[in-house]
Ligand binder design. Sequence first.
Ligand code: RP5
Length: 162
Amino acid sequence: MTQIGVIMGSISDWSTMEETCKVLDELKLDYEKEIISAHRTPEDMFKYAEEARSRGIKAIIAGAGGAAHLPGMVAAKTTLPVIGVPVQSKALNGLDSLYSIVQMPGGVPVATVAIGTAGAKNAGILAAEMIGAFDDKVAERLETYRSEMTTKVDDMRGELRD
Ligand code: RP5
């Protein structure tokens, strides 16, 4: 069953949001991906947010850039956890996206990650951790993911010494 919804404001966000999907694939989590724009398809955005829980979605990852209203507006319409990914915009390097997403009013949280691809990757891991809090198999896969990262650092140390 699809547990994670990955949405983004435009196809131009895909090169960033692809990192979310890659890590979800790696952690073997079921997800769906869709383009939904807060400004260009507002009705679709509200419908998605309102129906997500009844469709079995447990967490929503929303990426957007510039006037990045998608994560906040989705959060306004659901009590599912929403993770916001600030896409690196051309004009302001993503600082606009970050501020648009992170400065939510008290009562309507969006868990905001870093600007760009690192944030997109972490959004996937964070969603997996939310699922893993209730699913031991997912938690185990996260443990493996962590130990593989540690091994990679060991490899780097070896490389530096050689
Ligand atoms: C936002 O506007 C999207 O999330 C995207 O980051 C930005 C620019 O969209 P395009 O003009 O590239 O479609 O809604």
